[in-house]
Design a protein around this ligand. Structure first.
Ligand code: HH2
Length: 294
């Protein structure tokens, strides 16, 4: 990559103008990067370090993440790894609700990572602050579920296909253009349904129906998502593209994940979704002192 292709300090400062994200009980200032802790309440997430269905143990992971400096918690009760079997809504809620109830008392916004409208409805009724949807509120009833909660935040993510099929043969004519257009359409659909833009962040969906080259093309033009919503969220943590780049298994991808988080923030992302909170908080704290974003 040529030197000119890297963002300049001026570019990065320009994207840091205060944008506030309405996230349920909280208004999150996205002028500085935020760490979203992944707390999976699943038996089968792609990285074993992020799994476990025991509610007390999942809540302990939530507490630890907040102590380590997480700005948000993201609870997921259905794995979306390639080939993962779908989980029925009642089973997803059975895993999720006890953990959600406890997590809501920890002093940070709590997000629920789900694709299903009935799960969104129940989670929002129980007090969830944010819905993080890897299929961008396309489930019938999902837009209405969010419209019924006028302060809840939403992450709209791009995915090609479904988790069962997405990595079989991902194909695009113009991956960046198509992802930007899809997310712009989903933002418009949300606004039309009554979900205002100050509630929305967008995510290119690294690893969701994308080859390594597709992921890298999206990463290198991440700034193109900036005009769409209040902020950009990215999830690189321990994903297989990082394994492809380093030759390492998921358990050994922490350094790669930290580099990806920092570079994503420099490219304009303001929420990084991670398994390793303490390490990411430290990395961002030191990196921020370089003056790159403030
Ligand atoms: N990645 C995963 C799940 N949810 N949500 C957003 N917005 N962005 C992501 O990149 C993203 C996501 C997959 O990671 P993980 O939750 O660790 O694994 P699994 O789906 O296997 O539980």
């Amino acid at each position: 990559m040529s030197f000119e292709a890297w963002p300049t300090v001026t570019d990065t400062v320009a994207v840091s103008r205060v944008r506030v994200w309405q996230a349920g009980r909280y208004r999150v200032d996205l002028s500085r990067p935020r760490v979203m802790a992944i707390v999976n309440v699943t038996p089968d997430s792609f990285w074993e370090g992020g799994r476990g269905v025991d509610p007390a143990e999942a809540l302990a992971r939530c507490r630890a993440a907040v102590e380590e400096g997480a700005d948000l918690l993201d609870l997921g009760a259905e794995s979306t790894r390639p080939g993962a079997p779908p989980v029925p809504a009642d089973e997803e809620l059975r895993r999720l609700l006890p953990v959600l109830e406890g997590a809501l008392g920890l002093g940070v916004p709590v997000s629920v990572d789900t694709r299903k409208a009935p799960v969104m409805t129940a989670a929002l009724a129980a007090g969830a602050d944010v819905v993080n949807d890897v299929q961008a509120l396309q489930d019938p009833g999902a837009l209405e579920a969010l419209a019924a909660h006028p302060r809840a935040g939403v992450c709209l993510m791009h995915m090609q296909g479904t988790p069962q099929s997405m990595q079989v043969a991902p194909a695009y004519r113009d991956v960046v253009g198509e992802v930007v257009q899809f997310l712009a359409e989903r933002v418009a659909a949300a606004e039309q349904a009554g979900v205002s833009r100050d509630r929305l962040v967008v995510d290119p969906g690294f690893g969701f129906g994308k080859t390594v080259d597709h992921n890298l093309a999206l990463w290198r033009q991440l700034e193109r998502l900036l005009p769409l919503a209040q902020g950009i969220l990215v999830g690189w943590s321990r994903k297989s593209t990082l394994g492809h780049l380093t030759g390492r298994p998921a358990g050994d991808r922490l350094p790669a994940s930290l580099a990806a988080a920092l570079a994503s923030v420099q490219r304009g992302a303001r929420i990084v979704r991670v398994h390793d909170v303490a390490a990411t908080v430290d990395a961002l704290r030191v990196w921020g002192q370089s003056g790159l974003i403030e």
